[in-house]
Design a protein around this ligand. Structure first.
Ligand code: ADP
Ligand code: MG
Length: 882
């Protein structure tokens, strides 16, 4: 290393500690990258690769970006999943002896981005740490921009971990050893674009030392269990290591049990199009899109969280529903609330920036403006809640509202300190309100009066010298001057004026007095700018000490924002308040249910509502048959969406709904229906079926669309029947199953709690009309060929298919007869199940006339035949056929 110049040596010794990050090395107004970093960054950022002398014979590869536009380059690298270490000059180059001291001040990683440009307003940016402890996993998650910090414990089971991760959609996952994620590696890559970071708590911190820092830093640090602590310590340690600051906005760990929420695996979430569509991964067309009438970014993020984690506690659900009712009834209050919310900035992220020390005066003014809206919101809600007739509901809402902490002290502090419209920069003054600080006022007054004296100087000197064209001006090099045109030079008072500069047709002068005033102004300005900065930082620190109150307030505001969104959508679309039943009741009665999203996008034709009745007594499983395009998938999804909407506390698209709480929803789609997802293999379907059957409880809701579709008819039908029987006899939860095997309808005879239903169609002169109405009983046929016809498949194909269908249907009737004779009693799953019918497919019997030919063929002794004899026999056989 000795051969390198001292600066490059410094670079290398810093770079050594950040092998997995691009090191942005500050050199004057640029960030420079060297060696491998430079080569790779030049490629990724499409900037020019140059070189630099570094003490060796070969030039060192180098590229750089101006520091003022660095953010966009950094964001490009972060978006590609890289990390960036920012290395600044930490001493004044003028005072430096030798090479300027430099240090890494922050490492920016996909999970720790703070900069607005790299973030989406209505989406969290989570970083997650996973640790293993015996049979369990500890999972800690944090959004550093909003200050949310969560911890939970999971069973060490790949699908459980995936479910949890898919809720956070982390952009970065921190683990001590990669082996923790081994089992889910494939799925991880497929489902998220998260960067995986290996991190170990630093050597200085021995076993358990991370715990101590967690206990000291977090308010509830001591109350955390060992495994919570372990995951929090890992994540917090990593954040400290990369962010290199106090992280005062991360003060509380929200511990939750994953059992507090309905479990929705990633596949179900995707399939139900909760936050994005299956087809193009866009928000538009999803449930989130439909419900998102939030006015604030915080509300938008909270809504997403609610949708991804529906509640299972009845009292919590009812609390939300109550507030929604209130806001529906008080629609005037709701409109006003919406207006007020619109005046609130992103409190969570403002709080984050304050704590990070990168909030400027404009951010603080935004904070102040937001805070000043809170009293009006409280007042509005309290006044209008007086009208709630039911006492318990009224009390509850009033209690929740009164608990809102207006943070008026913080607001006043900001109001007295800051002007209304401060500049973007915190280094140029102009931020602090006059009257806030005596000395600052004096400095500002000094500079103001100095400037006033100068501005009056022109008039004064014109009068004194009699030169009408005398001018006072200013430039950066010479400061203030008096300019006299050449023609008037004779009138210059040589005793007072000192010549400074000669121009083509004028001369510039100063006076000792002018220079004195100028120095006074300069000094006052310099001092005032410095003082303003100090005062500003003090103010920011004071606000930072109140961060948790602001965060709590932000959450309360977000909550009311989501509730008003629910109220607005529910009222506009005519939703009803669901009656939430106990989980144990296992009853789902929905009158005139609709699919909220399909309904909202159907333009001319209106959506046909359908009832649903599911319970453990006699309607446990609905087997839905019906032609393609009849509305089976829509119907099943609308049931799931209704349940989810109810459990997030929203009204539901129906005329009436009694709903038991469900603990999980599984949705599975036959492989063929999921081509868009690109995972259409039969294996995937079977894997899903495995998980469903292992994880579902009596209180789950299972939806299987096109069961057994990904394989051959007989296989598929056999598996479908076995799965249905298993749900019916073993799991015992309610289920909706659609299938194109209408043969499965016969299961109704054997499974007492299974009901056949179908989507009604009528035929009118060759034309099939979809009624979209659910009816009892199975569909008689599938109309697939009709679909082919309306899709424009050529006539000959359609006709050929029609005649083939007749042949197949005839064969099937024969099978049915055969089956009735072979109905047996089987012991499946270790229990005796009545009258299970094995599926059996026989070859069609040959016509009688061919029997002689077959007999003859069997008798032939090929080995002892000559070729000629063979030819003759062949001829004979052919004649027999004719
Ligand atoms: P299937 O699963 O039976 O093939 P889908 O559920 O995919 O049928 O429905 C096909 C189309 O029919 C949907 O895209 C939707 O536009 C329309 N549709 C479904 N159900 C209804 C309904 N109840 N009322 C009106 N249109 C509906
Ligand atoms: Mg379908």
């Amino acid at each position: 290393m000795a051969k390198y110049t001292p600066m490059i040596q410094q670079y290398l010794s810093i770079k050594k500690n950040y092998p997995d990050a691009f090191l942005f090395f500050r050199l004057g107004d640029f960030y420079e990258l060297f060696f491998e970093d430079a080569i790779q960054a030049a490629r990724e950022l499409e900037i020019t690769l140059t070189g630099r002398e570094g003490g060796t014979e070969e030039r060192i590869p180098m590229c750089g970006v101006p520091h003022h536009s660095a953010e966009s380059y950094i964001s490009q690298l972060i978006n590609k999943g890289y990390k960036v270490a920012i290395c600044e000059q930490v001493e004044d180059p003028k005072e430096a002896k030798g090479v300027v001291k430099r240090e890494v001040v922050r490492v920016i990683t996909p999970g720790t981005v703070m900069e607005g440009k790299m973030l989406e307003d209505k989406k969290n940016n989570f970083i997650v740490a996973v640790v293993r402890e015996g049979e369990s996993l500890g999972v800690a998650s944090c959004d550093v921009t909003t200050g949310e910090f969560y911890a939970t414990i999971l069973d060490d089971e790949p699908s459980t971990l995936l479910n949890e991760l898919s809720y956070y959609h982390p952009s970065e996952i921190v683990v001590e050893k990669e082996e923790v994620l081994q089992k889910i590696k494939g799925d991880l890559q497929q489902q998220f674009s998260a960067v995986i970071t290996l991190f170990t708590l630093l050597n200085g911190e021995g076993e358990g030392d991370g715990d101590i820092s967690v206990e000291q830093h977090f308010q509830n640090g001591q109350a955390l269990s060992a495994i919570h602590k372990k995951s929090v310590a890992l994540l917090f340690g990593y954040l400290k290591e990369t962010q290199k600051r106090s992280l005062e906005h991360l003060k509380r760990v929200d511990v939750y049990e994953s059992r507090q929420y309905m479990i929705l695996d990633a596949f179900s979430r995707r399939n139900l199009e909760l936050t994005e569509t299956v087809r193009d991964h866009r928000k538009k067309g999803s449930l989130l899109w439909l419900l998102d009438r939030t006015s604030t970014a915080m509300g938008g993020r909270l809504l997403r969280k609610w949708i991804e984690k529906p509640l299972i506690r009845r009292d919590w659900i009812e609390e939300r529903l109550q507030a929604v009712s209130f806001l529906i009834e008080q629609w005037m209050a709701r409109d006003e609330l919406k207006d007020l919310l619109q005046q609130i900035y992103d409190l969570e992220r403002l709080a984050g920036r304050v704590a990070y020390g990168n909030a400027n005066a404009r951010d603080l003014v935004q904070l102040k403006r937001s805070l000043s809206v809170i009293p009006a919101i409280k007042n509005l809600l309290l006044t209008h809640s007086e009208t709630i007739s039911e006492e318990a509901a009224r009390n509850q809402i009033q209690r929740i509202v009164s608990e809102i902490d207006e943070c008026s002290d913080v607001k006043e502090m900001l109001e007295t300190a800051l002007v209304d419209d401060p500049p973007f920069s915190v280094r140029e003054g102009g931020m602090i309100r006059s009257g806030f600080h005596e000395h600052l006022d004096k400095l500002l007054e000094a500079s103001r009066s100095g400037k006033k004296w100068i501005s009056e100087l022109e008039q004064r000197e014109r009068a004194l010298t009699g030169i009408k064209s005398l001018k006072v001006g200013y430039n950066k090099v010479f400061g203030y001057y008096i300019e006299i045109t050449r023609a008037n030079l004779g009138a210059v008072p040589e005793d007072r004026f000192i010549r400074k500069q000669t121009l083509a047709n004028a001369e510039r002068f100063v006076t000792p007095e002018l220079k004195e005033k100028e120095a006074l102004i300069m000094e006052a300005e310099e001092k005032s700018v410095e003082l303003e900065y100090q005062l500003f930082v003090e103010l920011r620190d004071k606000v930072a000490s109140q961060i948790q109150r602001i965060q709590k307030l932000a959450h309360q505001v977000a909550r009311w924002d989501v509730l008003q969104a629910f109220a607005s959508v529910s009222q506009e679309n005519g939703y009803v308040k669901p009656t939430i039943l106990d989980m144990e009741e296992n009853r789902f009665d929905i009158e005139e249910a609709r699919h909220p999203v399909v309904e909202s996008v159907l333009e001319e034709e209106s959506f046909v509502p359908n009832d649903i009745c599911l319970n453990h007594k006699d309607n446990q499983i609905l087997l839905i048959t019906g032609p393609n395009m009849a509305g089976k998938s829509t119907y099943m999804r609308q049931v799931a969406l209704t349940v989810i909407m109810a459990q997030i506390g929203c009204y539901v698209p129906a005329r009436r709904a009694d709903l038991s709480v469900v603990d999980r929803i599984f949705t599975r789609i036959g492989a063929a229906d999921d081509l868009a997802g690109g995972q259409s293999t039969f294996m995937v379907e079977m894997n899903d079926i495995k998980l469903t059957t292992v994880q579902a409880t009596r209180h789950s809701l299972i939806i299987v669309d096109e069961l057994g579709r990904g394989t051959s008819t007989t296989d598929g039908m056999a598996i479908a029947q076995a799965v249905i029987e298993y749900i019916h006899d073993r799991i015992g939860c309610v289920a909706l199953v659609s299938t194109h095997y209408h043969e499965l309808a016969s299961l109704e005879n054997h499974l007492p709690r299974l009901k056949n239903v179908s989507m009604a169609v009528t035929e009118e002169e060759e034309e099939v009309i979809f009624l979209r109405r659910l009816q009892e009983g199975a569909a008689s046929k599938s109309y697939g060929i009709y679909c082919a016809q309306i899709a424009g498949v050529p006539g000959p194909i359609v006709q050929r298919a029609q005649s083939l269908l007749q042949v197949f249907e005839k064969q099937q009737q024969e099978i049915a007869v055969a089956q009735d004779q072979t109905a047996v009693q089987l012991d499946i799953f270790g229990e005796t199940v009545q009258s299970v019918q094995p599926m059996k497919v026989t070859e069609p019997a040959p016509p009688k006339s061919h029997e002689k030919v077959i007999k003859k063929l069997r008798e032939i002794d090929l080995i002892h035949m000559t070729p000629l004899e063979a030819m003759n026999t062949l001829d004979q056989l052919k004649k027999m056929l004719d």
